[in-house]
Design a protein around this ligand. Structure first.
Ligand code: BGC
Length: 745
């Protein structure tokens, strides 16, 4: 009896001891006990970061200030083996409970999932999301990315591209959010806020003026300060203010003489001082060019490796060339970002991504992103009346194209145009998502004869079109990081194809899969045009829903579509001279880039006149204006009232005058007093209004005073010039039926 009882007592006591130990440890951690007081979530991120910095050795500090390397971009540390497979990995400080940073590109979904044996959803390209002008959709976009990053084990996102479309031939236009700083800033703000709500560090990039890919490692961008603050920088200012994104990625290029990643004006004066940014600046991959200069200018962290911020930085500190306080500030900012976003309190847990849920979100967002550019009564198609449909276009039987480069999301099932099993994404090769327009159209019109022609032979495509009631041409223009488009024409003779198909059948609908504007010599000949962008994992279902009227299109262009390249501020993209182009086939070329390639100049003398502001000021007619997009219903505007005040209020009524429910994006522009010497008008706000047929709603848009201000360089601040402001309201930048002037001071 005795031994048995003792055994029971012993097990009971051991159990109690274990429970008490667990409770005590967590109490110490949670309640600010002595062990790791910075683990107390009730303290502010600043207090917590400061406590950790005090405990750290110099080596530990330095290790947080750089990545562990990437092949071809400098030395790679053995510690890189702990990377989760993303673009960047930073070791943590386990002794102090500080986790490493696992960074992944995530522009329109999590990158590199294919090679890591994982899955991620491809959302519509970022520019498409911008076309929704819908902050809720942008929030869902970011939330999905945040969830999938966490499920894949990442705690930092490298999405958030908002370089303004100064140069629509920029190969990364699809990754960005259009040409207007307020639209781009608001949208990225919503995306980043959503990502950070998933406890993932958000990052806005590329800071700044990396508006062309050609010669990006060498180019020196010249721009005057006021124009920069009112355009590209304003987008960052708004995005950061709205989201508190905890990281900013400085760009490859030089700005007014200094590399962006060692540019004191950009990193310290503007970002850290004026905007009071509390997070950290991470260099683009290989965009760091110095140690002491970069550190003093405000670069906090080098990626992907440690060419300048490893031993060199340590030695510079020991030699007194870089003050320890400066290093402490860099470290503090990184720790602040980790505490503020919750990556320490709630680290990612790997789990299975919700594939079906992701598809659903991608489709709904795409449905809100498709812009109806032209409709001569051709759409929506009535499945009960259409007996035969010709689906035409390269690969329209199997897939839709996606944007390439570091934004590339891998399609589950592989690239639709490669043989099975060989479908991984390859840099420089277009990836087609297995979302088949042909199948989607067939599903919508089960009673119709739906036939396919690739368009390789335009005569055979035209013959098929002639035999059908309706021809739908799926045309594409691929874009990728690392290149710019030579022109805005559709490649592979697609203009010729569309022209021939339209000549054979006037009931031709063109669906564009592009990352930005294209020219359309055939625009007058076709019945309807849809801009579907790079449409994401479930693009074809979204397009079919719009074609057949199950979804009423509501999106508006976030970029002007010009008539010709000759109308752009720069008719050609300035190309780097030979010596400024890195030769990537030479091993160790990163050394040459790090040392600094000889600069060449690009001068943005159009200044603040980006996009519609340029065409307005220069009185150049365009193909489709900024803010433009049709619907299957019509809207009217009335009753404009402007109430002056610190943030003026603009009220008006929007009425659905057609016979279908729809959502109208009502846009508010302002013309500044003449003394401001600004372009004719600027977007200052908008509202997306859901309306049933015949329904009217009163809308009020409160306009932030900053959006009406100019940047006064002498005073180094925003200034509202006293005078007469004209508010213009309507459905596109060139259709603004309501107008009212008001004096502001
Ligand atoms: C791109 C960045 C990207 C980084 C990491 C760079 O080449 O410019 O946008 O985040 O690579 O992949």
């Amino acid at each position: 009896m005795q031994p048995h009882l003792n055994q029971k007592l012993y097990s009971y006591l051991s159990f109690v001891i274990v429970v008490l130990t667990i409770a005590l440890t967590s109490a110490i951690a949670q309640s600010g006990g002595q062990a790791r007081p910075w683990m107390n979530p009730n303290l502010s991120p600043d207090e917590r970061a400061a406590m950790v910095v005090k405990e750290m050795t110099l080596d530990e500090k330095i290790s947080l200030l750089h990545g562990t390397g990437a092949k071809g971009l400098g030395p790679v540390s053995a510690l890189n083996a702990q990377s989760n497979g993303g673009a960047g990995y930073v070791v943590g400080v386990p002794r102090l409970g500080i986790p490493g940073l696992q960074m992944s590109d995530a522009a329109y979904g999590v990158r590199g999932s294919g090679e890591n044996g994982r899955y991620s959803t491809a959302l519509p390209a970022d520019v498409g999301a911008a076309a929704s002008w819908d902050l809720d959709a942008a929030y869902q976009y970011g939330a999905l990315i945040g969830r999938e990053l966490r499920a894949q084990g990442y705690n930092m996102s490298l999405g958030g591209g908002i370089n303004l479309t100064r140069e629509p031939r920029d190969g990364r236009t699809f990754e960005y959010l259009g040409e207007d700083p307020i639209l781009a800033g608001k949208m990225v703000g919503a995306v980043m806020k959503a990502e950070q709500a998933q406890h993932v560090i958000g990052d806005i990039k590329h800071y700044t003026l990396n508006d062309q890919e050609s010669g990006r490692d060498a180019v020196n961008v010249n721009i005057d300060q006021r124009a920069a603050r009112e355009s590209d920088l304003l987008a960052f200012e708004i995005g950061l203010q709205d989201s508190n994104a905890a990281a900013v990625m400085c760009s490859y290029n030089r700005v007014n003489g200094d590399y962006a990643c060692e540019n004191k004006y950009l990193l310290t004066d503007v970002l850290k001082k004026d905007w009071q940014f509390k997070g950290f600046v991470v260099s683009d991959w290989g965009a760091t060019h110095s140690t002491a200069k970069a550190s003093a200018a405000g670069l906090d962290h080098e990626e992907p490796g440690f060419v300048f911020y490893g031993n060199d930085l340590k030695e510079a500190v020991e030699a007194g060339k870089v003050p320890l306080a400066e290093v402490d500030d860099h470290v503090h900012r990184i720790l602040w970002a980790m505490f503020a976003t919750g990556v320490i309190d709630d680290p990612p847990r790997k789990s299975v991504v919700n594939v079906e849920g992701g598809f659903e979100v991608a489709q709904r967002i795409e449905e809100q992103s498709i812009v109806l550019l032209k409709n001569s009564g051709q759409l929506p198609l009535d499945a009960s009346k259409v007996h035969s449909i010709a689906v035409i276009g390269p690969h329209a039987d199997v897939g839709m194209i996606s944007g390439g480069g570091s934004a590339q999301v891998d399609p589950p099932g592989g690239n639709a145009i490669m043989p099975p099993g060989q479908g991984q994404s390859i840099w420089g090769v277009p990836t087609w998502f297995p979302t088949s327009p042909l199948k989607a159209v067939r599903a919508k019109a089960p009673g119709a004869k739906v036939q396919f022609d690739s368009g390789a032979d335009s005569a055979s495509a035209a013959a098929l079109a002639k035999s059908a009631d309706v021809a739908i041409v799926f045309a594409y223009q691929w874009e990728s990081e690392g290149m710019d488009l030579q022109n805005l024409s559709l490649p592979e003779h697609q203009d010729d194809l569309i022209g021939k198909v339209a000549a054979a059948n006037p009931h031709t609908v063109v669906v564009l899969e592009t990352g930005g504007p294209v020219t359309m010599p055939w625009a007058d000949q076709v019945g309807a045009i849809l801009e579907a962008w790079f449409a994401g994992s479930r693009g074809s279902d979204a397009v079919a829903n719009v074609l057949f009227g199950e979804v009423n299109p509501s999106a508006k262009l976030p970029i002007t579509f010009p008539k010709s390249e000759n109308d752009l501020p720069h008719p050609t993209v300035v190309q780097p001279p030979r010596e400024s182009i890195p030769n990537w086939s030479v091993p160790g070329v990163w050394r040459q880039i790090a040392a600094g390639l000889p600069p060449f100049q690009v001068t943005y003398d159009e200044g603040v006149k980006v996009g519609y502001k340029w065409y307005d000021a220069e009185k150049k007619p365009v193909l489709f204006p900024f803010g433009y997009g049709l619907s299957y219903t019509t809207y009217s505007y009335s009753n404009l009232k402007v109430t002056a005040g610190a943030n003026p209020r603009v009220s008006f009524t929007v009425t659905n005058t057609g016979s279908r429910a729809g959502a109208e994006i009502a846009e508010v522009y302002a013309s500044l007093p003449v003394a401001a010497a600004e372009p004719p008008k600027r977007l200052v706000g908008w509202s997306k209004v859901q309306l049933n047929p015949g329904e009217s709603k009163e809308v009020t848009v409160e306009v932030d005073q900053k959006y009406l201000s100019i940047f006064n360089v002498e005073k180094d601040g925003w200034q509202l010039l006293p005078g007469e402001y004209t508010f213009l309201v309507g459905g596109s930048s060139q259709n603004l039926p309501l107008k009212e002037g008001v004096g502001l001071r």
